[in-house]
Write a protein that binds this ligand. Structure first.
Ligand code: URA
Length: 233
């Protein structure tokens, strides 16, 4: 939607007045003063008028998706691989993923068109615990689990304290691990720091929002309580 219409439909002012505000440099998109009067607002854009964020007229929607392996967590892919958007077949508004799961990782991904919520959850200051179940190629010891809990060096960075529970201790071990940060391939790199390769990785929760019994490739609307929780966590 064109920016002046977007501002007008949020009830801020008329379209003509919105054009004036843009010309006066009083409108920002994603933190930068808007230079382009004909700008087309994208899902996830954060629009400010005189410093105040405005909500667009588009209905805000929130989904939990169970991402299968073999999908990229972007809205388009330069190598033409399937994206998580390809799975949101019945959703008629433009949504985008909050945060990222690797191509081969499965599990809970929040999909929304609410840019403010996405920024809120992914902000580095947020300490929302994300929980994963990992199958790793070897027998993990209690001492190694303790090292993961305390923090390991994943290449010049020591991870924050994590919650770690060994579910199965065998030649292929299963571990539940909760981390409060989201560095690139963090869980895989944490296990790699101890010499393990992750064979299977699934995200099972983000804070209080659970994957539950959602089948791979399926999605559901978040409940009002889940949305409230995410907005306030
Ligand atoms: N950690 C990983 O290593 N991969 C993910 O997809 C998410 C967390």
């Amino acid at each position: 939607m064109r920016i002046n219409k977007y501002i007008a439909s949020a009830g801020v002012c008329s379209r003509r007045r919105a054009d004036e505000l843009i010309a006066q440099g009083r409108v920002k998109v994603n933190g930068a003063v808007l230079k382009e009067p004909g700008y087309d607002v994208q899902a996830g854009d954060l629009v400010q008028v005189d410093g105040r964020y405005i909500e667009g007229s588009e209905k805000l929607v929130y989904y939990a998706l169970n991402k299968p392996a073999g999908y990229v967590t972007t809205t388009s892919d330069e190598h033409d691989r399937p994206t998580v958007l390809d799975l949101m077949t019945e959703v008629d508004v433009r949504v985008f993923p909050v945060g990222r799961l690797d191509y081969e990782t499965t599990g809970l991904l929040i999909m929304t068109n609410d840019g403010a919520l996405a920024n809120h959850i992914t902000h580095p200051s947020k300490k929302v615990f994300k929980t994963y179940v990992a199958d790793i190629d070897g027998e993990i010891s209690l001492a190694q689990a303790e090292r993961l809990r305390k923090g390991v060096d994943i290449g010049g960075y020591t991870t924050r304290p994590a919650r770690v529970e060994i579910i199965k201790q065998a030649s292929v071990s299963r571990v539940r691990i909760s981390i409060s940060e989201g560095r690139n391939r963090q869980v895989r790199r944490m296990f790699a720091a101890l010499g393990f390769n992750v064979i299977y990785l699934q995200r099972v929760s983000i804070g209080n929002v659970m994957l539950g019994h959602l089948h791979e490739g399926h999605y559901r609307r978040l409940s009002a309580e889940e949305v409230d929780y995410l907005k306030n966590c």
